[in-house]
Design a protein around this ligand. Structure first.
Ligand code: GLN
Length: 448
């Protein structure tokens, strides 16, 4: 499997551009060792996997897609999720491209290269886990890990025609995930089908004493939920998720999916999530505020590349950050710093926190009467490279259907649900209650 993975990478990665770093020598020798002493009890025995480059891997370069960390060649520890994959004998093939510090929706904010959509290389793979989705879609690895702060697993999964799940906030340890917005970030699996996804989540979930926000509750066997039975399942379809801005082709594919559910004995009804319209504004305020604090650690002293053109310490901080960060990261740091400043805090940050609660309450109300919420993952299929890159607001607006899920902390999956006229995939988004990934998988598997 590991040989096949590198063969495929050699064949297609110069067009897909998914990998920032390969770990070939180590992976091949690990595969040999595994061959020599097969451990069939290991749940991911010998499975080739890719890891998003904001998840720390011991001894393997971890750049977060940023020039600031281009010299971070030798991290001293593994993220909790990487330890868990290693314990189950998965093989890390390499590190996957991403928008710098996970800020973006197209991979064009990577400071190294723009990953391509394997279905059509003129189009973006989505972001920020674009390398993670493209590598699975292109058959380079059997699964990858991504991170999702406002849609970064589900949106690229939708654009690349693969399955991506953002777990409930707290389901998976964030220890070793380079923080973007700590109250929203979650790591999750990207796979070719729902069963693989459930298998990987079973491995990476669970409490970790190194992450105080990881929940100390049992991890169910998600694969047990894959029965194909959705008889009596109650589906809520928010009218805001099929409103203006959502392309007719996307709507149609969601309506077709709902017909499939009806034929399987599930019931659906239109509902309202009235505060959805504030989600994009709320998210960009909160995520940028948290990012401005989290990224303060990159000062050229403790981490990353230090500017060489400075005569004193303050200039050294300033120049290192000015030279090391890209445009989008600087935009977010400035926006977040402004929102957290005294005199503005109540008007922006505190207000946004209140709206976040209203968005969460919208979901709680719906989940009192329904099992899952279903809608599209994105309003459009993958757009062209260069199409939105100079217009941040249009780029942000593309996240409208994924962001509410992060603000509420609930789990959400994207599964492929059809193709546009020009052959690009769409995703169906299925959202569940807190810690009810099982029902999300059950619904996704029955449809798939
Ligand atoms: N596209 C969103 C952003 O730019 C989401 C990114 C993410 O989930 N990491 O912030």
């Amino acid at each position: 499997l590991v040989d096949t993975s590198y063969d495929r990478i050699n064949e297609v990665d110069d067009q897909v551009l998914a990998f920032l770093t390969l770990d070939e020598e180590h992976a091949r020798s690990q595969a040999k060792q595994l061959d020599a002493a097969p451990d069939t009890a290991a749940r991911l025995f010998g499975i080739p996997s890719g890891i998003k480059d904001n998840i720390v891997t011991k001894g393997l370069r971890t750049t977060c897609g940023s020039q600031f960390l281009k010299n971070f060649d030798d991290p001293l520890y593994n993220a909790n999720v990487v330890e868990k994959l290693n314990n189950e004998k998965a093989v890390t093939i390499g590190k996957l491209n991403m928008d710098e510090f996970a800020m973006g929706s197209s991979n064009e904010n990577s400071s190294y290269m723009a990953t391509r959509n394997p279905w059509n290389t003129d189009h973006v793979p989505g972001g920020s886990s674009g390398g993670s989705a493209a590598s699975v879609a292109a058959g380079e690895v059997l699964f990858s890990l991504g991170s999702d702060t406002g849609g970064s697993i589900r949106q690229p999964a939708a654009f690349c025609g693969v399955v991506g799940l953002k777990p409930t906030y707290g389901r998976v340890s964030r220890f070793g995930l380079v923080a973007f917005a700590s109250s929203l970030d979650q790591i999750g699996p990207i796979t070719r089908n729902v069963e693989d996804n459930a298998r990987v989540l079973e491995v990476i979930s669970g409490h970790d004493k190194m992450d105080s926000t990881s929940a100390d509750i049992d991890v169910p066997e998600y694969t047990k939920a894959l029965t194909g039975d959705v008889k009596g399942l109650k589906i809520a379809v928010p009218k805001e998720y099929l409103a203006e801005g959502v392309e007719p082709e996307v709507k149609e594919s969601v309506m077709n999916a709902l017909k499939v559910y009806e034929s399987l004995g599930a019931e659906w009804e239109e509902v309202s999530l009235p505060h959805s319209k504030y989600a994009v504004a709320t998210y960009y305020l909160l995520a940028s505020s948290e990012a401005s604090a989290n990224l303060a650690r990159f000062d050229g002293v403790r981490y990353g590349v230090r500017s060489e053109n400075s005569n004193n310490m303050i200039d050294m901080f300033k120049n290192s950050r000015s030279e090391g960060f890209g445009e989008e990261v600087k935009r977010r740091i400035m926006l977040g710093t402004f929102a957290l400043s005294s005199g503005y805090y109540d008007a922006y940050y505190k207000k946004a926190q209140k709206v976040r609660t209203l968005i969460k309450n919208d979901f709680d109300k719906i989940f009192a009467d329904y099992d899952v919420v279903i809608g599209p993952t994105t309003p459009t299929p993958a757009f062209k490279i260069g199409e939105k890159v100079d217009d941040p607001l249009t780029m942000y607006a593309n996240d409208i259907l994924t962001i509410p899920v992060n603000l509420a902390g609930v789990p959400g999956i994207s599964v492929p649900c059809g193709f546009s006229e020009n052959g690009l995939p769409f995703g169906l988004q299925i959202i569940g209650k807190h810690f009810d990934e099982s029902i999300v998988y059950r619904a996704a598997y029955a449809y798939e």
